[in-house]
Design a protein around this ligand. Structure first.
Ligand code: NI
Length: 376
């Protein structure tokens, strides 16, 4: 019995010793260096070292990221391109990949990458064929909007290319002039209003003199003084549009022009229940794009051909003289009821009306003048 027990113990001890020596052997095997190839270089590594660790130890100079290049190929930022890759057996090494099973490690340097390209659509501003002259332009041959796409590096802004995706075609613009034999007519027009004081005073003078005029309003001001606009409409005046703000249409896109006019028209409609169809672009800013686009939108343009420069406040008498001596049949007189002190304009108005009436002129709105005019 005792002997058996001793034998059993000896067997256990032997088994433990055998296991321990096997473990030791395996451990010795694991930590014994073997030959590996890393990025084409010969090196030695323990079997239990990870592939990534060997790569970093043996070939740190190969583990470089590429550069970020701009669209012209110039370096924007070093090391911001693609990261390097460590490959075993034709695939990316994982952190659990050990030298044990992988004796050949391939390193791919990070490639250069190129910045993103962004495309900007630019509407071309182009010219127009002008036939004759006047203040009531009519597009007699419609143009076509031109579009250029500009592709630039989204970081560098460097231009890659520009592509003309729609070639602009210039419109032909002629001018409506009073029909032969028509009564001599002039249209008094007021820009940049409404204003609280001067527009009301101008409406008082016009009412007293029984004269109809045209107001090219700014949408922002319409929202501020809607009652004045509804009064102008109810008293028989034409309310037409300048814009919502006062941008030069030659500097903005067709979409921006549309937005300006829609907002202004909405303001007039809210204030007075009518939707204007006539436009005087701020600064008289017209070009091929403006004519083509407004014609597409079915708006008519009313410019001017008698300009007393009342905005410069030259004095009441000068304003009267400039209008009266400058007037002719079909004249459209540009004055201002907003954008500054317009008291001189208000003061000049009775004199202007009196003298032109004495000279045989009839006062009409721009729309009425257009109806009595034709392109010849
Ligand atoms: Ni203006």
């Amino acid at each position: 019995m005792r002997f058996e027990l001793t034998l059993q113990r000896a067997q256990v001890v032997a088994a433990v010793l055998a296991a321990a020596s096997l473990t030791l052997l395996v451990a010795l095997y694991a930590i014994s260096p073997v030959a590996v190839t890393v990025g084409g270089r010969q090196a030695r590594a323990n079997r239990i070292e990870s592939v990534e660790s060997v790569a970093r130890r043996v070939a740190p100079d190969l583990l470089t990221s590429g550069d970020l290049l701009d669209v012209e190929g110039k370096v924007l930022e070093h090391g911001k391109g693609a990261a390097p890759r460590i490959l075993v057996s034709g695939r990316d090494a994982k952190s659990t990949d050990l030298v044990w099973w992988n004796r050949k490690v391939t390193i791919l340097k990070g490639a250069n990458t190129t910045e993103d390209v962004s495309t900007t659509v630019v509407w071309d501003h182009f010219g127009y064929q002008k036939v004759g002259d006047g203040a009531l332009p009519v597009v007699t041959k419609q143009g076509r909007l031109g579009v250029t796409e500009i592709r630039v590096g989204s970081r560098s802004g460097a231009e890659l290319e520009r592509v003309n995706t729609s070639q602009a075609i210039e419109p032909t613009v002629q001018f409506a002039l009073p029909k032969a034999g028509a009564t001599p007519m002039v249209a008094l027009t007021f820009d940049d209003g409404p204003s609280e004081v001067e527009t009301a005073q101008i409406l008082d003078v016009l009412a007293a003199q029984d004269v109809k005029a045209t107001f090219f309003v700014i949408g922002e001001n319409v929202e501020r003084y809607p009652k004045i606009v509804s009064r102008a409409v109810s008293e028989g005046h034409q309310v037409a549009m300048h814009a919502y703000g006062h941008p030069n249409f030659k500097d903005i896109s067709p979409d921006e022009i549309t937005a300006e006019l829609n907002r202004c028209a909405d303001a007039v409609q809210d204030a007075a229940g009518v939707r204007p169809t006539w436009v005087r672009p701020p600064y008289g800013g017209v070009d091929g794009l403006v004519y083509t686009h407004l014609n597409n939108l079915d708006y008519r343009i009313g410019l001017w051909n008698v300009d007393p420069a009342d905005y410069s406040r030259p004095g009441m008498q000068k304003i009267i003289n400039r209008v009266v001596y400058g007037a002719f049949p079909g004249g459209i007189v540009l004055m201002h009821d907003g954008g500054g002190d317009r008291s001189e304009t208000v003061a000049a108005l009775p004199g202007i009306i009196g003298e032109l009436r004495d000279a045989g002129y009839q006062f009409v709105t721009v729309e009425e003048l257009a109806k009595a005019s034709e392109v010849r």
